[in-house]
Design a protein. Structure first.
Length: 319
């Protein structure tokens, strides 16, 4: 069976537990968490937003991202008896990165599992075809399932993501000695990925908690126009996007599963490949009527694609 590329968005999690996987709810949950953000830190973020309260989604993180960038610049030139920034301003980039990491951790640490039929069908398909999988979300639904079902098993596994016990290695993604594995690409990162000295390492799943104060550089949770710069700043994430191009060239078909279409950096990368291979969109039927959605996706991808609308996307079986 031919190898394909499946790109998963947040729609998979939303179909299973919309309350938990709501980004707005996760942003609010961490905002209100005891003994995390001080009143002064909340006020700094609120001034960026131009209103009171937590950010409500990626669309509100534009000014926050800009403020972090400016603070980092001023921190680099501000050494001396009198700093350019107050103490809160100096710590603003780190506390913001920690806030983002905790939000991603909240989304990741979901206790539920994939529906049995969906999991069984998908796992069998991946093992049969070694099809590539790419994710745009931060949850562990797929990752846990693939670990538990031996899809990940070092170089003997069906998929690899370059994460070794010693840390991330782009060399670990090269096919050598007759290996024919596919790729699992964390396109928008994972809260499991943290810096230790000069290495990017993956935390054990049981150690990831919102009680950890990590300021991860490997989670792409920001306004869409800033996502490419966050990706470029991470050697792991930029490697995944390089391999996405290879996966696109190798796949006989592309399936976008539960993806909103709002990440322009992904849409622009996909467009050149669609002249040579088919693409299917699998999405929730509540997003709109068939003709409306077909027009929407044509505007995003530059040509007509097949749109499969389901009341529950986890009922999809036609990989």
């Amino acid at each position: 069976m031919a190898r394909k590329l499946i790109i998963f968005g947040n729609g998979l999690g939303m179909a299973i537990d919309a309350a938990h996987f709501s980004l707005a709810d996760a942003l609010e949950n961490i905002w209100e968490r005891d003994e995390f953000l001080t009143l002064e830190q909340q006020q700094l973020i609120e001034r960026c937003l131009g209103r009171g309260g937590a950010p409500e989604g990626e669309h509100e993180l534009d000014l926050l991202h800009q403020a972090v960038t400016y603070c980092k610049s001023l921190n680099r030139i501000g050494d001396g008896d009198v700093h350019w920034l107050t103490e809160d301003g100096q710590s603003f980039p780190e506390i913001t990165a920690t806030y983002i990491h905790k939000v991603a951790t909240h989304l990741h640490n979901y206790d539920g599992e994939l529906p049995d039929d969906f999991e069984r069908n998908l796992v069998e398909f991946i093992k049969t075809t070694r099809s590539h999988v790419a994710t745009l979300n931060y949850d562990k639904l797929l990752y846990n399932s693939f670990i538990d079902n031996d899809i990940f098993n070092g170089y003997r596994g069906y998929l690899v993501d370059g994460m070794l016990d010693s840390g991330f290695s782009s060399e670990a993604m090269e096919r050598m000695y007759g290996n024919n594995f596919g790729y699992y690409l964390h396109l928008h990162g994972s809260p499991l990925f943290v810096n230790r000295n000069d290495e990017i390492v993956k935390l054990p799943r049981h150690r990831l908690s919102v009680d950890r104060n990590e300021a991860s550089e490997h989670v792409v949770l920001t306004h869409v126009k800033h996502k490419p710069s966050v990706i470029a700043a991470s050697s792991a994430l930029s490697t995944y996007w390089d391999y996405l191009r290879f996966a696109l060239s190798e796949a006989t078909e592309v399936i976008l599963f539960g993806y909103s279409g709002l990440d322009n950096h992904l849409n622009m990368l996909l467009r050149p490949y669609l002249n040579a291979k088919p693409l299917r969109i699998v999405e929730w039927s509540g997003a709109g009527e068939q003709q409306e959605r077909e027009q929407y996706w044509e505007s995003k991808l530059g040509q007509a694609v097949a749109v499969v609308r389901l009341d529950n996307v986890t009922e999809f079986v036609d990989w």
